[in-house]
Design a protein around this ligand. Sequence first.
Ligand code: NAG
Ligand code: NAG
Ligand code: NAG
Ligand code: NAG
Ligand code: NAG
Ligand code: NAG
Ligand code: NAG
Ligand code: NAG
Length: 630
Amino acid sequence: MRAVVFFWLLLALNSGSAHYSGGSNVVYHTLPHFWTGVGFCPAGRINHKDISETLASPAVQMNLRQISALPKGAVTHIRIHWLLELVEFLQYSAAGVPIYDFSKFDDFVDNLQELQLAPVLEFMANPGDVFLQNPNRNSFLWEHFAKTTVRHFLARHGAARMSNWRFETWNEPDIHNYNRLNFTAATYMEYVRAIRRGLSNATGHRRRRKKQNYRALRGPAGLFKSHEHHPLCWQLLDVCNRQLSQCPIDILTFHRKGHGEAAEILNGTMELLQEIYQQYPNLRKLPVANDEADPESNWSTPRDYQADVRYAVILLSTVLEHWRAKLAVNGVLSKLESLSHDNAFLSYHPHEFSQRTLLAHFRFNETQPPHSQFVQKPVYAALGMLSKLGNKAADVELVNMDQEHSVQVLRSVSGSGPSAYIAAIFVSPEQAGPQLTSYHHKYTLNMSIANESAFITELLVPQTTDPFYIWQQNGSPAYPNATLRAAMRRAQTPRLYETGPIWEYNSELVLNSASLPLPWAMLLRVCSGSWPKLKQPKNLEIVEVTKGEVFLSWRENSKSTQCLKTYEVWFRERIGAHWQYISKGWHLPYPSFQYAPAEGFSVNGFYKVRGVDLFSATSAYSEIVEYLEM
Ligand SMILES: *[C@@H]1O[C@H](CO)[C@@H](O)[C@H](O)[C@H]1NC(C)=O
Ligand SMILES: *[C@@H]1O[C@H](CO)[C@@H](O)[C@H](O)[C@H]1NC(C)=O
Ligand SMILES: *[C@@H]1O[C@H](CO)[C@@H](O)[C@H](O)[C@H]1NC(C)=O
Ligand SMILES: *[C@@H]1O[C@H](CO)[C@@H](O)[C@H](O)[C@H]1NC(C)=O
Ligand SMILES: *[C@@H]1O[C@H](CO)[C@@H](O)[C@H](O)[C@H]1NC(C)=O
Ligand SMILES: *[C@@H]1O[C@H](CO)[C@@H](O)[C@H](O)[C@H]1NC(C)=O
Ligand SMILES: *[C@@H]1O[C@H](CO)[C@@H](O)[C@H](O)[C@H]1NC(C)=O
Ligand SMILES: *[C@@H]1O[C@H](CO)[C@@H](O)[C@H](O)[C@H]1NC(C)=O
């Protein structure tokens, strides 16, 4: 027997003993990556001018660029309140029909398209107050607005590029803050029906659910508290239940959050759906989505757990628990279509890390001009880990740590036979009792795959992959200096724990978490040698952060990056100079790098990037891109 013993992780090969039998009769189910939505509400006042300025601001743009620099497929959709305020009302035509200008909207959405983020368009705007001026024409005006808008996108982007866009009704219409048009039960139903007609008529087809270019409408994006306080959303369900074929929505969306724990999100969701199905049994046929599935309401309230590994673990648990519930036979969650996390906000001083965001945002007011620095939080890294799951997964396994606390294990696969890929995520509990037995888990890989395969484990752990901790250790300065920023960024990616070849069949992985502080999460990937080779990184882009500092990001080919170990970034000052490996010593499993050379060195020059896989084979270099400071 050959065994490699690591500090806490042991890869035992061909050890005959079978402590753990989870490997033998695992059933895999198709795993839709249903958790890839994020959202936010732009800061400031709600009107065309302010929303346009906010969304075009360098800070918001850099935040989006960072989110889009997660591994391919980690975040696919972004839900932004009041996005349609970017549409400007110009005037009425002679026939009394509004004429809209889409140029601000186009600028923003063109950029989203380049970042490969699909918008979730909430029909939630009031350009030029048109919907307040002639309330009795709103039915016509909404249909016209929806139709005109979709036609405009179709002409600009084409049906293919738009095929994954999502359309949704007004967010939380029962909440006064949002219900700026003072919808009543009657006018709200009129509005929803008008949007439905507008979507259908945009392509000139009568409604046919199976029609290829039928555009599904999501709604009512409701909180669904009591019927008394939230009459609009409940009424829509009632109408739909009476005659499902005339229901204007296709996907039932709602918002359920917890009080700080993942289990509460799922619990609240199950309770809500049970209530809905009991009263409105016909709605069981509709797919459902929780598009604000957050651990706690109010994004801006600072909470320490949102800064560190705990939030990452809560998000991972939320996804795993929803997967378990979705698989349950006849379960209320069998129609779960997607989850979205409302955490794409821009944090502000002095809560750089602790608001509900993916990134810590430092606004440097003392530079000329002011600029923003971003640090990726562990929850950002967690979304990247989830993107590495395969397209089939087993039910979540629970392995006890003590009487009350378990590690959740989700194993997934892609491909089969000699060309297989395995990815498993392990999520520890947040805490455990004093009688905690450390997690000691023998994990049968059962690689019925060719001889030559390789594995990698990456970890999120308190303090180690925790830029917030590093910031606090250094006195939480409002303007962290370059040294501290680099230290935080070195802690922002999952830590490479161990990687190496596996030569034999039926390998077993033994995890011993004795020395790890709680909570932690681990991603294990195993690749067969015949998995598609890493492809060349594409579209290397370099943008300024501030003088002497740049942010690089590039596009991955999704099929080939499962077996990626790290990226390498190379730089040379001028043609003929030596290429320098500027990301040496950094673990870069995600397609971005912030380059801030020491004072006296320039960022001007040529850049190229390549990937390195688990077998230490390299991809072709990206194209070389030149950067010159203005
Ligand atoms: C290993 O996987 C193969 C194919 O997926 C399956 O037939 C076999 O039963 C599994 N064996 C064990 C020990 O898990
Ligand atoms: C909506 O109703 C509130 C009070 O119920 C009122 O103050 C406000 O002016 C109304 N808004 C519109 C746009 O009619
Ligand atoms: C839009 O389509 C609906 C049927 O879905 C139809 O009743 C309505 O008249 C159409 N409106 C326009 C303006 O074409
Ligand atoms: C789920 O909700 C019910 C009712 O509110 C409560 O009794 C139960 O303890 C909750 N469970 C969890 C795990 O939060
Ligand atoms: C949300 O949090 C902010 C900051 O803590 C606070 O000022 C605000 O009142 C909160 N809003 C609600 C609705 O609780
Ligand atoms: C920077 O300026 C903005 C706007 O005046 C302010 O809100 C923010 O608190 C300042 N940031 C710091 C770190 O002082
Ligand atoms: C696996 O490797 C062994 C020894 O290197 C070799 O004899 C055998 O043919 C290989 N099997 C396969 C399926 O490639
Ligand atoms: C950078 O900041 C850290 C912590 O605030 C401090 O310890 C260090 O001396 C600073 N380094 C420089 C070069 O100013």
